[in-house]
Design a protein around this ligand. Structure first.
Ligand code: DX5
Ligand code: ZN
Length: 228
């Protein structure tokens, strides 16, 4: 089994102290920082833009995982890339297959990674085969896009298993995002997730460090129990 990474979502952090919040999760052993971009159209919330990403880039060495919950990602992915995003993830529901191929080429040319996100009600695209897959990450959203602190939807677990089968022997990451906490992390890892995004369960628990370390402990326990 692949190593499982933890990506704290700063959507749930104290936005008046993003620098402090990011340095606390970095010290506690986070693997990347998940940055949710909501535009008020694709998702019913407005979060942040490339300027914030540029500012965050200066205060952490961790990879920035940019989740574009926006319409027209073709218009906006570039500013997030040049602001310092390391992984650019766009939604299958808001774009076309031809743009996804173009995006993947462009992002890979810059030595960065590209992801495809699927809302809870979206099935795995039929064209996403093992060999033809142009993505580094498939993000399975386990809440409706927009806000932190929502409840995890267990009905996405079969989809996580399907994506994990695609990822089987390759480098593809299986990212699960929304409502992930120290209780359900084990079921999600068992299903084959390799990246856990966690907002409220890390930033809104009081002690960021122990929240992250508790999640790490759950992951490690689960990995020991799951057959390789
Ligand atoms: C959903 C976002 C998630 C979410 C994570 O709109 O993509 O990243 O805010 O936060 P929690 O873990 O609190 O659901
Ligand atoms: Zn997200």
């Amino acid at each position: 089994m692949k190593e499982v990474k933890i990506a704290p979502s700063i959507l749930a952090a104290d936005h008046a102290d993003l620098k402090g919040e990011i340095s606390r999760v970095e010290e506690a052993g986070a693997d990347m920082i998940h940055v949710d971009v909501a535009d008020g159209h694709f998702a019913p919330n407005i979060s942040l833009g490339p300027d914030t990403v540029r500012a965050i880039r200066k205060v952490t060495k961790l990879p920035l995982d940019i989740h574009l919950m926006i319409t027209n990602p073709e218009k906006f992915y570039e500013p997030f890339l040049s602001a310092g995003g390391d992984i650019i993830t766009v939604h299958a529901e808001s774009t076309s297959r031809s743009f996804l191929n173009k995006l993947s080429k462009e992002v890979h040319q810059k030595g960065k990674k590209v992801g495809l996100a699927l809302k809870p009600s979206t099935s795995l695209p039929y064209w996403l085969g093992k060999k033809t897959n142009p993505f580094d990450v498939i993000l399975v959203l386990s809440v409706n896009p927009g806000f932190p602190g929502q409840a995890f939807m267990p009905r996405v677990i079969p989809k996580v298993r399907k994506v994990a089968r695609l990822a089987d022997s390759g480098e593809l990451d299986v990212e699960v995002d929304g409502g992930v906490d120290q209780e359900n992390a084990s079921v999600i890892v068992e299903a084959g997730a390799s990246v856990l995004v966690a907002g409220a369960s890390i930033f809104r628990k009081g002690d960021v460090k122990s929240a992250l370390q508790d999640m790490r402990a759950v992951i490690q326990r689960t990995m020991r129990e799951v057959p390789a």
